[in-house]
Design a protein around this ligand. Structure first.
Ligand code: PGA
Length: 261
């Protein structure tokens, strides 16, 4: 059975104090659900991924040390392991701190930092080489959807970004479908629109790899997913959880989303 995942992308928000408060509030809620047989595994919860700003990575990791159900990662990495790249952070650094995941190709990176699929493929390769699990984001802009190009566009993002990997490697990638028109806008894709695109993505994986791999890969939905609409979105057959922005900044809302399966 494929993994259910709820991920929180804190983006460039929160002071250090606020970030720690949020992490600790979440921890208290998770502690209430600990499995008595194995206290490290939150009982009945999906895998939880947290993506704080880089400067808070080690502190958030510290809060969740020994919590197998909670993994912490970064929102972006550089495509080189080390060197003269002022201001950048490499997957090797993230891994050496204990970070396990990285977002790759979030639309805000594609739009504001001109990251294209070729560059993102390099980032994925280096992340995997250094033992980080990439969460690869794809999704169309509103004009693409309005002109019926959304399937083709997302298909290209997936093919160029991910389909160069072999079948064994690709199984470790998490896909996040995030329609850009829904991100931070309060306008969510309808459950039908989300399901339609997720089924399409799974079909592409099926065609390129195999039915088994398509069935095993986790595909998250992102874009104004919140405490009110998460259950309906997560009830869709091919939606395995969410990548949550705004609503991940409030422990109550984020935990409601975590419990929405
Ligand atoms: P949002 O962001 O939930 O605030 O729309 C989602 C994302 O960008 O990952």
């Amino acid at each position: 059975m494929r993994k259910k995942i709820v991920a929180g992308n804190w983006k460039m928000n929160l002071s250090a104090e606020e970030a720690l408060t949020l992490a600790n509030e979440l921890k208290v809620k998770i502690d209430h659900q600990l499995d008595t047989k194995d206290p490290k595994i939150p009982n009945g919860l999906p895998q939880i991924l947290l993506f704080p700003p880089n400067v808070y990575l080690s502190r958030v990791l510290e809060v969740f040390r020994n919590y197998e159900g909670v993994a912490v990662g970064v929102q972006n990495i550089h495509q080189e392991e080390k060197g003269a790249f002022t201001g950048e952070v490499s997957p090797l650094m993230v891994r050496s701190l204990g970070g396990t995941h990285t977002l790759i190709g979030h639309s805000e990176r594609r739009i504001h930092f001109n990251e294209d699929d070729e560059l993102l493929a390099k980032k994925i390769a280096l992340a995997v080489k250094n033992g980080l699990t990439p969460v690869y984001c794809c999704g169309e802009m509103l004009p693409d959807r309005e002109t019926g190009k959304h399937f083709q566009l997302v298909s290209e993002q997936l093919k160029k970004g991910v389909f160069w990997m072999d079948e064994q490697e690709v199984k470790n990638i998490i896909i996040a479908y995030e329609p850009v028109w829904a991100i931070g806008t309060g306008q969510t894709a309808s459950p039908e629109q989300a399901q339609e695109m997720h089924a399409y993505l799974r079909e592409l994986i099926n065609d390129h790899y195999s039915k088994k791999t398509a069935e095993e890969m986790t595909i998250l939905y992102g874009g104004s997913c919140n405490a009110k609409n998460a259950a309906e979105l997560f009830a869709q057959k091919d939606v395995d959880g969410g990548l949550i922005g705004g609503a991940s900044l409030k422990a109550d809302d984020f935990f409601t989303i975590i419990q929405s399966f």
